[in-house]
Write a protein that binds this ligand. Sequence first.
Ligand code: NAG
Ligand code: NAG
Length: 581
Amino acid sequence: MRWLAEVLLVLPLAGSVHAAQIPFHLKSTASKEAELSLPVDVTSTNWDLNVKPSVNSTSHLIFDTVSAFLQHWPNTRYRNGHNLVPGIVPVGTLLYHGRGDSNLPTVPEWTATDPEHANAFCRGSQETGCWQVTLVSTRPLNVLYFDGSSAAKMKGGPMDTQDIVAWRKLIPEWMFNEGRRLADLCVWGQKFGVDGFVRMEMDFEIMLCDFTVGVDVVSFLNLVSNGRGPRGGGGGSPGGPGGPPPGGPPGKDSMEGPSPADPSASTDAFSEVIHSGSWHNRYPGETRIQLDLARMISFYDTSLVPSLVPYRFNQERWFHRLEGVSDDDISAVMDRLEQAMQTAHGGESGVDWTTLVHVIVDRYGDRLEMVQYLLNSTGSPDSDGLRAAKRVQTQLKVMVQPYQLHSVVPPSLPSDDHSWASPIFKLCATTHTSYIAKNKLTRSEHLILESIDETNREICRVVTRMWAQGVVAGLDDAPTPMKLEDSPSSDLLPQWKTQINDLMAWLDWSVWVKCRPDCGFEEYCYLPTWPFFGRGGGGPPGRGPNSPGGPGQPPTRFLEDVDDWEKPQPRCIRKIEPFDM
Ligand SMILES: *[C@@H]1O[C@H](CO)[C@@H](O)[C@H](O)[C@H]1NC(C)=O
Ligand SMILES: *[C@@H]1O[C@H](CO)[C@@H](O)[C@H](O)[C@H]1NC(C)=O
């Protein structure tokens, strides 16, 4: 339709906004001057409302992982980390280490950010008690963060990024070789002044390379032990407890210590680790670690790590991991990482990427969910289609409103061509980032910017398109709305449903994953995580949990359905006794 193109070229001259109100067919006389004052590039095919992102795009995944850093919930849901992020632990941060003797570690060892987590490893006999070391950072500690459930000793990918940094290849057989892994990470990091490594399991931990550097001992307390005594022997579930890792225990009361399969050592201590981990569930998460996104390296970066593209093709996100990464790509990643480790903390651009990402999640998270909710309730024979459609249109309109240029006028006849709304799409898609000076960005920041732009663009594309469809169907403030059933758009509701579901599936934000209905006051919403998996393991080979298989059982309230560990789903569990209800 030629007239549509004309409408698009007609935008207001300065001081003549009323001109834009005249019906579109009178606007074809627009002057060249008006064209020059176009605020947006409407002729670009880039702003086609029908063009979806490539199937191999990882922008939404980079966006989502960046938005999830240091938060327990999303990193429990997707266990396989894809990012290496340098950061610091500020001066004056307390770190806790539980053990069975009164010796300060002389080798790399584990510390927890919450004493609840360390306490689970404070184990001794009733006569001797156990020991808890509290450290404080005396200068900013340089750390490297592995995202995902990077301390979950599980097959299937949670430890992949660490293997690459420690050994430059994946060594699944060394999954439980925690002492070796930490020692080798520290040897690598020594050249760059790395003090420790940040990981997550039930809660966050910092593996410290040297307990005498950059930290002071605040206290070394002999506490009442709630465990059965220092470990050594006894079969528990792999990784932790019980059996020392092959090659000897790194430190006999390391964080990798206690067995959830040891009921006397676990019940109370472990429920409180789950509890303290839950404090960091949602943004801003664990704030005692400050990441430097200007130095982030991502295995979802398809230009840095092209070899993983075919491995992710047609693969559900749960199963994305680093298996299959080429040696060339590993070298490229390690070069980038080593450069990053030698660069000062904080990018020159000054852009607060984490906040920017969360501005977008905040603006659209609950609104998209509301649209989906309203559409979910349509489709049954007795539902009032027109009323539902108008309510949806109102939600779409509030999302579009900040970009609804006065000059953009919909066609007066129903049409499937929505290109008249392209200026709104473009403004919406560029509004958060168009000011950013690209010449000041690091490569990592370019990657994040690209992921924000592509993610925001897809949100804006779908929302603008749905809104435009509603406008054309007469749902938007039309003085005499068509009856939806009579209009040519009576298939609008199912079309909208597909569009919102596709968008939300693509974005896949963890803010939408919650217990429905809400949990009671004595419960919390919980996602199954290592090491609390079902008895006897099971499940497909290679992706299974570490089946306990040893004597003893984890607290029964944490036992998971076998189906749940591969694709963790939220559930309410009790916070206080009685647990088995
Ligand atoms: C996506 O990646 C797969 C696997 O590498 C490739 O076969 C396919 O052509 C790619 N598709 C597009 C649209 O780039
Ligand atoms: C809409 O329905 C789908 C499918 O049953 C469900 O997964 C989703 O959570 C629902 N969304 C809302 C917001 O209720």
